[in-house]
Design a protein. Structure first.
Length: 95
């Protein structure tokens, strides 16, 4: 299986989960992300963030202001993989 195929399949799975989980839980974060946020730890966690529209420069600045780092962005999908301190997850979700 090629790398492109794997990335495509993973992206489809992430999108399906990103759409289904918040709708099911009526929340912006998964249960696992909420646990990390509640821990108050400063350890960084990697999260997939799905936006309603493509993130802009203001969102880049907001993520940096939360001591986060964009690990992966997608040209045609309004989502990113962000590494951020666990205790900042709630503020990231509130944005």
């Amino acid at each position: 299986m090629s790398t492109r195929t794997v990335v495509t399949v993973l992206t489809a799975c992430v999108l399906a989960c990103a759409i289904a989980l918040p709708a099911a839980a009526n929340d912006k974060m998964s249960a696992q992300a909420r646990e990390h946020a509640r821990s108050g730890a400063s350890d960084k966690v990697d999260v997939v963030v799905v936006y309603r529209a493509m993130p802009d420069a203001a969102e880049n600045a907001r993520v940096k202001g939360l001591n986060g780092e964009t690990k992966r962005s997608f040209k045609k999908l309004p989502m990113r993989v962000i590494s951020i301190p666990a205790h900042r997850l709630g503020r990231l979700a509130d944005g």
